[in-house]
Write a protein that binds this ligand. Structure first.
Ligand code: URA
Length: 440
């Protein structure tokens, strides 16, 4: 196989054979194909796409490019959830303890922040002592003891995705349906759960900007999961507005805890309940209505909050932060952003707001950047809210005051104020299963 011929074939719109794909993934993982050739291939895929067969083979080759996790020793149904990425998306820290409190085991591999999107692993690391780089033995021990374990993409799990993802991030080739589907599903297949729920985000803060693209991505991922014997479904959820009111690592842990105490923002609570109910349904825990009720009870009874604390403790973290999130600390500097005019907040460029949070230190500008766990944004107003000129619409938080000027300029560019309120958008657009698409 010559990598040159593979690039040429894809550039000209051809379909690759199974053998070509498997050999390419193997050689790239082993260092035999240079990044410049793989980057050219990824760009050809970006423009030419891949057939369903090519995408399925690529996913399988990536899933088996390193170790896989065997969860069969754990009792009960093993479930997993994965979000395609967004701003203020702290759903894993809520949904995982809820479904664990309802009798499922959730042993999950999560990612770090990427570009404008945050990552669960970074958020959890804002809890002092928290270990998110678990060996397979530790991962299984924590999941057995507490019903939840969350680890980063540690060890030798899906090394092909690790390399490809880093390369896509710097070559403008992230937003490709076959590449996203194979990246996410290779990790999910390698992580070994019986049931997989995908939270496919759509809107200005998501990789998929339209609901139609999000549905297409969801259908591809559901087909891959089901083909590999995993019960798989996807919810298409709104990422045109940041989720909740807090963006940033420790800030998002604090807000997740508030949802688990029953005092969190309505949008975040509603999306998390919908995700938890769908995951419980996949796990065979009853009808959607019955599962929604179980999820609500897990929050109301405090059982889900206790699960989160147990997981934090089992992974070496200070579980007191779950009961007293003020222990996470607050950034020493804050800046209020005022509305420039009277009217309604009609639009938020959510990816741009994620970038403002990154500029404050909540995300990485380069792979090497260190994080300020306390930095971030508190949203006082969101799309649809009425605002008066001079009223505070957001507070920026940072540990370094010099970060405010650029972040404030960026934030203000991302909000639009108009005379009329915008049409409200649904939080959940559709549910995609092997049986089809159900619009809500
Ligand atoms: N999340 C992933 O894990 N991979 C992608 O390609 C996009 C989002």
């Amino acid at each position: 196989m010559r990598m040159y011929d593979i690039i040429l074939k894809k550039r000209n719109g051809g379909a690759l054979s199974e053998e070509e794909i498997r050999e390419m993934v193997r050689e790239y993982t082993d260092g035999g194909i240079p990044d410049y050739q793989m980057a050219a291939f990824l760009m050809a895929v970006y423009f030419r796409g891949m057939t369903d067969e090519e995408t399925a083979v690529l996913t399988d080759a990536m899933a088996h490019s390193g170790d896989t996790i065997d969860l069969s020793a754990l009792p009960g149904v093993k479930v997993d959830k994965h979000s395609t990425g967004g701003v203020g998306d702290k759903t894993t820290m809520i949904v995982a303890p809820v479904v664990a409190a309802c009798g499922c085991v959730i042993a999950k591999m999560s990612g770090r922040g990427l570009g404008h999107t945050g990552g669960t692993v970074d958020k959890l690391e804002s809890i002092p002592g928290m270990q998110v780089s678990l060996s397979q033995e530790e991962f299984l021990r924590v999941a057995t003891e507490t019903g939840i374990a969350v680890t980063g993409q540690s060890g030798n799990l899906t090394p092909a995705d690790k390399k490809l993802y880093a390369l896509r991030d710097v070559t403008a080739t992230v937003e490709s349906i076959p590449l996203i589907a194979s990246s996410i599903m290779s990790k999910k297949l390698a992580a070994g759960s019986d049931c997989i729920l995908l939270d496919v985000k759509t809107g200005s803060g998501a990789f998929m900007k339209t609901a139609a693209d999000a549905v297409e991505l969801a259908q591809k991922m559901v087909a891959i999961g089901e083909h590999n014997g995993r019960r798989t479904a996807a919810l298409i959820t709104n990422m045109d507005i940041p989720l909740g009111r807090q963006i940033g690592n420790a800030l998002e842990v604090e807000e997740a805890v508030r949802v688990l105490r029953g005092t969190g923002p309505k949008d975040l609570t509603e999306v998390c309940l919908a995700l938890a109910a769908e995951l419980l349904c996949l796990a065979g825990k009853g009808t959607r209505e019955a599962c929604l009720e179980q999820a609500r009870r897990a929050i109301d009874s405090g059982a889900a909050l206790e699960r989160l604390a147990a997981m934090v403790k089992a992974q070496g973290g200070d579980e007191r932060c779950v009961y007293e999130p003020e222990r996470l600390g607050r950034a020493p500097y804050s800046l209020e952003i005022k509305a420039p005019a009277d009217g309604y907040l009609t639009k938020m460029d959510t990816a741009g707001i994620g970038i403002a949070a990154m500029m404050l230190g909540a995300g990485r500008e380069t792979k090497e950047s260190s994080l300020d766990y306390l930095a971030g944004i508190l949203l006082e107003k969101k799309t649809g809210d009425a605002v008066r000129s001079g009223e505070t619409i957001a507070r920026l938080l940072a540990s370094e005051e010099h970060r405010f000027a650029d972040a404030q300029r960026q934030f203000l560019q991302c909000v639009t104020i108009g005379p009329e309120p915008p049409q409200p958008e649904p939080l959940v657009y559709a549910c995609v299963t092997a049986g089809g698409v159900e619009y809500r």
